[in-house]
Design a protein around this ligand. Structure first.
Ligand SMILES: Cc1cc2nc3c(=O)[nH]c(=O)nc-3n(C[C@H](O)[C@H](O)[C@H](O)COP(=O)(O)OP(=O)(O)OC[C@H]3O[C@@H](n4cnc5c(N)ncnc54)[C@H](O)[C@@H]3O)c2cc1C
Length: 479
């Protein structure tokens, strides 16, 4: 730590790196300190199962990166990142070889939904038309004055509702499942306000930005951000966990890509009691149990759209998704969990040896769970893809507790670093005038515990960096 930086960043997840790049672009000398052996946090790839099989350890599918103002300004393509777009953004199998699928345009998807087509077109069509205006607003603090109030109000009228109410208006299992599957990413019971908004955001992104994977693995995105930072004179030091703010070199701004709980720990007595209490009240969400598979071939889905989908939501009907998520919220492990499956091999041949495939899967579990859900996840996939189990060459399992050991930001295995409740969507992490500033002058939080929350979009980092630059009398990057 002999260098004398203008700004330091603790943590090199997508938000830490986005903060560092935003500060460096404004002319600051920036040093990043990362506790893990390699940079990237939730955006890394590794041979988790067998040599030659590259798995995404955490994030795999990037609709948020594809739509994010930070990433759109980061010229990932110019730094060698190829985002590959599956023909079907996401599919949702149902018993009897049926499936719903978000693929191509709103019109194409509506046409596949039979009697629910017109309803889908009326609900999703206007949002997709307004996507360039509303998505940047949704990826910014929701307390800022919207630049497109009418369009945001149209989104908000639907989005504030629980997805169970919106999906319940559809007639067919397919129509109901398509929104339920997208909304269940929220890790909340489907009768919770705002789950409609999360489902609609992910569904509209299927038709606007797309649901791509990164060629070679999500780690390619991290490598590009690190390269950009280094080109701008910044550094990343790995295997360097910060346990106290005093361990950091003196700097004009300190940005922390860490959880509110870790912040309270490393700030210690410096934090005013009121602020510390606000951070203690921050609620973490349910956990996730993840399984990575090396497969002898593609998953033999019965329903054809699933064979071409980058992402598959596996649980069955709206009622089954709702039951699984309610069980988790009640602190139980569902026998038939809602599973998120990514199959990058549908577009990326680099992930596995010829003829083989990788498969990425996780399901939601109660916070802090150490239950291995691999058998239940396999049973759910087998239900819609008979013969799947025979293809398994190897698997690697991370329970929710393993997730927290792997990355302290995932408290109790919460992969979004904070529940997406109504309160925490508006005030994240606590009630403050600016969400990124802390009570300590010059110290900012920039992790997914700040707006807009979880996902690989870098917008928490960019927002925090812009707050720091404003305090230094410098200007940052616009939304
Ligand atoms: C299993 C899983 C699947 C996911 N799937 C997707 C997906 O498909 N698409 C998507 O968009 N998002 C996905 N996510 C969510 C996404 O990965 C996270 O929301 C995102 O990585 C958050 O970025 P961040 O920079 O805030 O934090 P993180 O990526 O968690 O990075 C925080 C970094 O800070 C470091 N750190 C923490 N404390 C300290 C300390 N005291 N000292 C030094 N370093 C420290 C950590 O080691 C870590 O590297 C997934 C996450 C998981 C776990």
């Amino acid at each position: 730590m002999s260098r004398s930086p203008d700004a330091v960043v603790v943590g090199s997840g997508p938000n830490g790196l986005a903060a560092a790049v935003t500060l460096a672009r404004a002319g600051l000398v920036v040093d990043v300190f990362e506790g893990a052996e390699e940079p990237g946090g939730g955006c890394r790839s590794s041979e988790l199962t067998q040599p030659g099989f590259t798995h995404d350890i955490c994030s795999a599918v990037h609709p948020l990166a594809a739509a994010s103002p930070f990433f759109l300004g980061a010229n990932l393509a110019g730094r060698g990142v190829r985002l590959l777009y599956p023909k079907v953004a996401f599919a949702h199998p149902l018993d009897g070889g049926r499936a719903a699928a978000a693929a191509g345009s709103v019109e194409e998807t509506a046409a596949s939904l039979g009697p629910d087509g017109p309803r889908y077109r009326r609900l999703v069509g206007p949002l997709v038309r307004d996507a360039d205006d509303i998505v940047p607003e949704l990826l910014a603090p929701l307390r800022s004055v919207p630049s497109h109030p009418v369009r945001m109000a149209r989104f908000g009228l639907q989005g504030l509702q629980p997805v169970a109410a919106i999906a319940g208006r559809f007639e067919t299992d397919e129509g109901k499942a398509i929104l339920a599957g997208a909304a269940a990413h929220a890790m909340l019971p489907l009768n919770t306000p705002l789950t409609g908004g999360i489902g609609l955001l992910f569904t509209l992104l299927a038709h606007s930005a797309g649901w791509p994977v990164a060629e070679g693995g999500s780690g390619a995105i991290t490598a590009a951000l690190v390269r950009q930072l280094e080109e701008l004179g910044g550094t990343v030091t790995t295997a360097c966990t910060i346990n106290d703010l005093d361990e950091l070199p003196h700097a004009r701004a300190i940005l922390l890509d860490i959880s509110p709980r870790s912040f309270a720990g490393i700030a210690g007595d410096r934090l005013p009691r009121r602020h510390a209490r606000g951070l203690e009240r921050f609620r973490y969400g349910s956990g996730a149990c993840k399984v990575d598979f090396a497969l002898d071939g593609p998953v033999p889905w019965q329903a054809e759209p699933c064979q071409q989908a980058g992402t598959v939501h596996v649980a069955g009907t709206l009622a089954e998704v709702a039951a699984a998520e309610s069980e988790v919220a009640a602190g139980r492990h569902p026998e038939r969990p809602y599973c998120l499956i990514a199959q990058p091999g549908v577009v990326d041949q680099t992930r596995a040896p010829a003829g083989k495939q990788t498969l990425w899967a996780y399901c939601h579990v109660p916070s802090g769970s150490d239950v291995n859900m691999a058998d239940r996840i396999e049973a759910q996939i087998e239900r819609f893809a008979p013969g799947f189990r025979d293809l398994i060459l190897a698997r690697s399992v991370m329970t929710a507790l393993d997730m927290q050991r792997h990355n302290p930001n995932y408290v109790g295995g919460d992969i979004n670093c904070g529940a997406a409740t109504l309160r925490q969507t508006v005030f994240r992490p606590s009630v403050r005038w600016n969400e990124y500033r802390t009570a300590l002058p010059g110290v900012y939080l920039c992790s997914a515990a700040t707006p807009p929350g979880g996902g690989v979009h870098g917008m928490c980092g960019m927002g925090a960096a812009n707050a720091a630059l404003a305090d230094l009398g410098l200007s940052g990057q616009g939304r």
